[in-house]
Design a protein around this ligand. Structure first.
Ligand code: FAD
Length: 552
């Protein structure tokens, strides 16, 4: 068999990896191999937006990870889905599109990720987007990633936004534009009725080029000659093979699998590697540290009018929705149903939003399990900047073993006060006049759950991951001992190896992470190709003039 080799060898075809596969192969000058363990994304479970709760529960598409027992959540193990399919997690996610707040990126820059401030990353968000309905002048209009808005036909979407206004909060027509703060329409990565994953947006068109090849296999480790990465070892079926990189190896295997791969390759905390008999190539204590996520609660209310999506949850209705989608790519199958949103500040003195709301006109869990037995509506709500931090460590030196994922959710005292506030704030919003024609009994937490203690019990037993693990290979200054990659995404301590995906975020951004991960793939591509970064933007984000004295 011909030995496999290319100029660039990328591991992972997800939100960041697919972008790099496209951008690095675009001018035809370099050969690129992208290695992906998952398979095809063909079929309605992935392509039909409304089917979003299926692929995250299917072992065919999901790595099937879960957290270790979480000590502050009564020892619960939380599901931690990750895409195992072309397009990675962008092929199994909820399709909600959020760039994050300008200040998130300024914070990255302050933490040592120089050149990743808002002014630096905004041009990359613009380059990647084709926005349909966003704020003029603030959004990209000819990038590969189509971003759309739902039709917002259900009156409950409007009741939510109106309730926010009645409660005295800001409105925003485009939280991905100048002003994140406020209530308004939510955006999604869906286009022409289909999920617009990184595979659909970037990978599949790029694979038509002769200089880009996809190889199906499990990357086991990076191979080095001294300190220089020269390729990767992969398992394909029962054989172990090598892929040689003439120029660079690039890891984009996600915040859970990228730190695992680094450690299996000898880059990580020396004591942990020693415990597993792995020879240390670079002692980097930051690999697998700094794990962050967003948690959320579902606050559910009965709806007194038969207008919620509850009547569409039976098999017959689902069949009709599926048929319309198959024939025309339209109807209730063509949306993720997250069509209204809010980004709020929890208190006076918080400069920019630290709470996110997703609103759904039905009472159901994200994973589609245990829907309420009546018409209802719900908010997914959670704080955005928890101080809790966790770790991703090795279970063993066997590449087939799942990593050990310990989030330490709710380990910071402020987490509890923040979540209690989120529940009470949601009750305030659902209690506004806009909901009077619809508001029934509170399903969850329940009208009698009011004391701090009762709320804490509800939080402990019900809080769920929003599926945003990140930060486990933090970007920072090359002389920062806890940084794993430098601001050009080079893995510190070795040569010829980069890492660019959701694991490099110094701190989790304000919103869902597909957009920021895609942006990382875009900007990293320019660094890898040695191109000058796009010229910085001089646009200034809207900051609430009352932020020091009011939460609204
Ligand atoms: C269920 C769910 C819902 C979500 N909802 C949203 C949402 O609505 N909006 C949003 O913005 N974000 C959402 N997210 C988060 C977002 O999708 C991810 O943060 C983002 O896709 C991460 O991108 P990534 O490039 O870091 O990794 P991924 O996209 O996960 O890509 C990693 C790729 O590497 C491959 N890989 C890993 N290890 C190996 C190996 N050893 N060998 C070969 N291949 C390997 C994987 O199979 C995968 O394809 C959700 C995530 C999940 C799981």
């Amino acid at each position: 068999m011909k030995p496999m080799q290319a100029d660039f060898v990328i591991v992972g075809s997800g939100s960041a990896g697919a972008v790099m596969a496209d951008r690095l192969s675009a001018d035809g000058k370099h050969s690129v191999i992208v290695v992906e363990y998952g398979g095809t994304d063909i079929g309605p479970f992935i392509q039909m937006p409304a089917a979003l709760s299926y692929p995250m529960n299917m072992s065919r598409y999901d790595w099937g990870y879960e957290s270790e027992p979480e000590p502050h959540l009564g020892g619960r193990r939380l599901a931690c889905p990750r895409g195992k399919v072309i397009g990675g997690s962008s092929s199994i996610n909820g399709m909600v599109y959020v760039r994050g707040h300008a200040r998130d990126y300024d914070n990255w820059d302050e933490q040592g990720a120089k050149g990743w401030a808002y002014k630096d990353v905004l041009p990359y968000f613009e380059r990647m987007e084709s926005s349909h309905g966003g704020q003029d002048g603030w959004r990209g209009t000819d990038g590969p990633l189509h971003v759309t808005r739902g039709p917002r036909k259900n009156p409950l979407y409007h009741a939510f936004v109106e309730a926010g206004q009645q409660a005295g909060f800001e409105m925003t027509e485009d939280y991905n534009g100048e002003k994140q703060e406020g209530f308004g329409p939510m955006e999604m990565t869906a286009w022409n009725g289909r999920r617009w994953s990184a595979a659909n947006a970037y990978l599949k068109p790029a694979l038509k080029r002769p200089n880009l090849t996809m190889v199906n296999g499990l990357a086991r480790r990076v191979i080095f000659d001294g300190k220089r990465a020269t390729g990767i070892e992969i398992a394909r079926g029962s054989s172990i093979e090598t892929i040689t990189a003439n120029r660079e190896v690039i890891l984009a295997a996600s915040s859970l699998n990228s730190p695992k791969l680094l450690k299996l390759s000898g880059i990580g905390p020396a004591d942990e590697l020693g415990q597993h008999g792995i020879e240390v190539l670079a002692d980097r204590p930051g690999v697998g540290a700094n794990l962050q996520d967003h948690l959320e609660l579902y606050i559910q209310q009965e709806c007194t009018q038969p207008i919620s999506l509850y009547s569409k949850l039976n098999l017959f209705s689902k069949g009709l929705i599926g048929l319309e989608w198959l024939l025309f790519k339209s109807g209730l199958g063509a949306t993720n149903h997250f069509e209204s949103a809010a980004f709020l500040r929890s208190k006076a003195g918080v400069e920019y939003p630290d709470i996110q709301y997703h609103f759904l006109p039905v009472a159901i869990r994200y994973d589609g399990k245990s829907p309420a037995k009546s018409h209802g509506f719900q908010a997914h709500v959670g704080p955005m900047r928890s101080k809790s931090r966790g770790t991703v460590t090795l279970r063993s030196a066997d590449p087939n073993d799942a990593p050990v994922i310990q989030f330490n959710y709710m380990s910071h005292e402020e987490d509890w006060a923040d979540f209690r506030h989120c529940i009470r704030l949601t009750r305030d919003i659902f209690g506004q006049d806009a909901f009077t024609p619809y508001r029934g009994r509170e399903i969850a937490p329940g009208d009698d759950v009011t004391s701090d203690e009762a709320l804490d019990n509800f939080i402990r037993s019900e809080v769920e991951s929003a599926y945003h693990p990140s930060g486990t290979c933090r970007m920072g200054a090359a002389d920062d001992p806890m940084a794993v990659v430098d601001p050009e995404c080079r893995v510190i301590g070795v040569e010829g190896l980069r890492l660019a995906d959701s694991s490099i975020f110094p701190r989790i951004p304000n919103g869902n992470l597909n957009g920021p991960s895609t942006m990382v793939g875009e900007k990293a591509s320019d660094h890898i190709l040695g191109k000058a970064p796009l010229p910085p933007s001089n646009k200034q984000p809207w900051i609430n003039p009352r932020w020091e004295t009011s939460d609204r």
